[in-house]
Design a protein around this ligand. Structure first.
Ligand code: UDX
Length: 432
């Protein structure tokens, strides 16, 4: 049965959630405090780059609208998703001020009735209990609260929402959880019902485990380089063990994005605050930081001192399919190369605009050929299809030098060597 849904925060998670729920037949009202965003959504323009989102917004435009007015959104909805930012504070804890502002607003407008708040944002374990207590303190006892963490991957977020591996719902009152579960039932995925702190923990534990898998395979790759093994085959051989699984075993220049770095640190912090030193996560973070920097060592091995060397970075976004530059490995890599007095140029098919605001001192190109021409070394940082599909023998010809660091193991080493490159992958030995 179609429900009346509200979404507070029309950012990445909120917009995808809203559009997907509208596509399932529900009436969705998004609320954001950013006037420009609200206007763009009203015009059918997604304020973020996400594959298929514009099309989906267009298809369900009659059931998806945006407003600046919280009261208006509440009026139009029963189940209200909260998808506001929870950035880390200086202490590494999550900043919940935006969540608390929503509670203040609910109190001010005297919200009552059947509303169920559903926390989509990733929040520290214990937040739900805090919010519940705040709601009760403000006389908002009738408002329900559930935790329903998102597991969306940027670039494939719509598919992830509509075909999830699982849906996790934590509640204080079963009736509230039932309402949220009913929304997801048509998707046919397993729905796990838990307490609120457990649901909150599932999100952190899942992301921390995936990040651990990546740091693990990156360290295996580093050892492979020393002993002459090939990490891609090692990962394949490991992944065939059903207990391990093949996913998230791609070695590279480290993980980035809006979730993994933030969530791994937040879980480490959370453990620390309760007196537990989460040793493993400390290493996961450190390995990831070192992994971003290892490219510099590889370049130096071939070029010696990097001062004045022309280094071309192909791909800047933290992964393909997005313009998101948050915690992208390219940012650290570019800064390190600049600190070595190298001259850094960069190309990205989508993230150039976002990158200009994030990385200083780099020369940006909107054409990959202009970027690589005359370069001493090329580093493949983000495995965009348009970068992998370049005519690599031609790249070798237009460069000044011959060094190619394939930071995502996206190219065939034998082909690269045949094209004339001095090829360096991550955890692979190029044929000589
Ligand atoms: C992640 C989680 O997958 C998602 O469930 C959560 O809700 C948000 O965080 P996302 O940040 O969009 O999603 O990207 P993801 O595809 O998971 O990749 C994260 C980072 O890890 C990227 O920088 C990617 O390049 C890197 N990565 C991923 C690897 O280096 N190796 C891998 O095998 C997989």
């Amino acid at each position: 049965m179609p429900q009346r849904i509200g979404v507070i925060g029309a950012g990445y998670v909120g917009l995808v959630t809203g559009a997907c729920l509208a596509s399932m037949g529900h009436q969705v009202t998004l609320r954001d405090i950013d006037e420009a965003k609200v206007r763009m959504i009203g015009d059918g323009e997604p304020p973020i780059h996400e594959d298929g989102l514009k099309q989906l917004m267009h298809e369900c435009r009659d059931r998806l609208r945006a407003t600046l007015d919280l009261a208006e959104m509440l009026e139009a909805s029963e189940i209200v998703f909260i998808a506001v930012d929870t950035p880390p504070t200086h202490s590494g804890d999550a900043d919940l001020s935006r969540v608390m502002t929503v509670l203040d607003e609910l109190e001010q407008i005297g919200a009552t009735g059947e509303h169920v708040l559903v926390m989509k944002s990733t929040v520290p374990v214990g937040t739900g209990e805090r919010v519940r207590a705040e709601l009760d303190k403000r006389g908002l006892e009738s408002i329900g609260y559930c935790s329903n963490p998102e597991f969306l991957k940027e670039g494939v977020a719509i598919a992830d929402f509509l075909s999830p591996d699982r849906v996790v719902i934590g509640d204080f009152r079963a009736a509230d959880g039932d309402k949220v579960a009913a929304l997801y039932e048509p998707l046919g995925a397993p729905i796990l019902r838990t307490s609120v702190p457990t649901a909150e923990m599932i999100k952190y534990a899942s992301n921390a485990f995936l990040a651990t898998k990546i740091s693990f395979i990156n360290e295996i790759a580093n050892v492979c380089e020393e002993v002459g093994a090939d990490v891609i085959e090692v990962a394949e051989g490991m992944g065939l063990d059903a207990r391990i699984g093949p996913k998230f075993l791609s070695a590279g220049v480290g993980f980035g994005g809006s979730c993994f770095p933030k969530d791994v640190s937040a879980l480490k912090q959370l453990a620390g605050n309760s007196g537990y030193h989460f040793q493993l996560l400390t290493s996961v973070i450190e390995v990831n930081e070192l992994q971003k920097r290892r490219v510099v060592g590889k370049l130096k091995r071939h070029l010696g001192d990097l001062e004045g060397k022309e280094i071309a970075l192909l791909g800047l976004a933290f992964k393909p399919g997005t313009d998101d530059m948050r915690e992208a490995s390219s940012v650290v890599l570019a800064a390190r190369l600049l600190a070595e007095a190298a001259s850094v140029r960069a190309y990205d098919p989508v993230a150039l605009e976002a990158a200009r605001h994030t990385v200083r001192g780099v020369e940006f190109f909107d054409d990959p050929w202009a970027c690589v021409t005359g370069a001493d070394a090329v580093v493949l940082v983000t495995e965009w299809p348009e970068i992998i599909g370049l005519d690599w023998p031609k790249v070798a010809q237009v460069m000044r030098g011959d060094v190619l660091v394939d930071g995502r193991n996206a190219l065939d080493p034998a082909d690269a060597v045949a094209a004339g490159f001095a090829y360096e992958g991550i955890g692979r030995v190029a044929p000589s």
